[in-house]
Design a protein around this ligand. Sequence first.
Ligand code: PLP
Length: 386
Amino acid sequence: MIPLSIPHLAGNEWKYLKECLDTGWISSVGSYVEKFEKSVAQFADAKYGVACMNGTAALHIAQIVLDIHRDDHIIVPNLTFVATLNAIKYTNASPILIDANPTNWQMDLDLLEEFLTNATYEATNGFGEDAVTYRHLLTTHRPIKAIMPVHVLGNIGNMERLSGIANRFHLKIIEDSTEALGSYYKNKHSGTFGQLGTFSFNGNKIISTGGGGIIVTDDQELAIRAKHLTTTAKASSLEYFHDEVGYNYRLVNVLAAIGVAQMEQLPDFIEKKKYIDAFYKRELSGIGDIRFQEVNKEVNPNCWLFTFRTQRMRELLTHLNKAQIQSRPFWVPMNRLPMYSKELYISNQDQSNLVYESAISIPSSVGLTEEQLHEVSSSIKSFYTK
Ligand SMILES: Cc1ncc(COP(=O)(O)O)c(C=O)c1O
């Protein structure tokens, strides 16, 4: 079986892990946690990094530190992995789903702007220094506090325009950048456009710690609070005094050690991902009705997981999996999941579903050999010429 996207453990992982085991520093405290946080933050050109047990926990904490809670709305794309929405539900806020742009598969910014202009109004709550202005949804009269763009497959939408819209409509930005470590928009790293950004180090991501995540931010106060909340909100180094409801969302030292070793290899991983992307584009362009995800010229993506559209997606999926080439359909759009089907969904033509019904992801692991790449592309070509 040629796997879809698996970790590549070819560096100092064993060495750093052994050091943790030899010294007994395997758990929630240890030098690798801080090293890992620094290394990711530095790579993304952010001031602070707060490691978490996974990307979902990072998204959850990012909202709490921005004071998002019950009765608040958050804008998110309808085409995302379920964790984005789950994290919003953990805070009891309500998502507003925006349909996808059919070319780059990111949030449709025309729809977003039209929605904010026509379906929301501005209101200021509180007085004097405490006064805060938000857009409120016309139908619920509840504030829309944040927007959570998701950089789908490591591609990035027009972040300049999105940031402008967020500014104009008083929205904080939390980037679900979980798939976009190593992706840039106009030379600025993903995850650094708003107040907070998050990355995931799940097994299928460009680097992996088995499971893990991180929050990045330039705001020291937010970083300190995020660290506090992810470490049970313990307010004293000696006493078990906890000053608020905290979470045990720590990334343990053994996993951070793997992360440090993975970060050392990240530039090579990105290079290989770009090679895979270029290979598939060269081999598959003009084959059948294959259409690639568009990448705007301002974007330098990490090419995390090669995914394309074809009307014969279901048949091709069966063909490839039968040939021991692991392939996967795209996410079922959020408005089609039972627990999110009643959320407000802003759409004209339900493009999310059209993308879902036609998109297929194919093997993109860093460790793919030349022979395996040819096997994948030949199998796809033979499917269309049969
Ligand atoms: C878009 C998106 N959001 C959130 C997550 C959640 O990350 P994790 O699996 O580390 O919790 C993932 C990855 O799994 C993802 O792809």
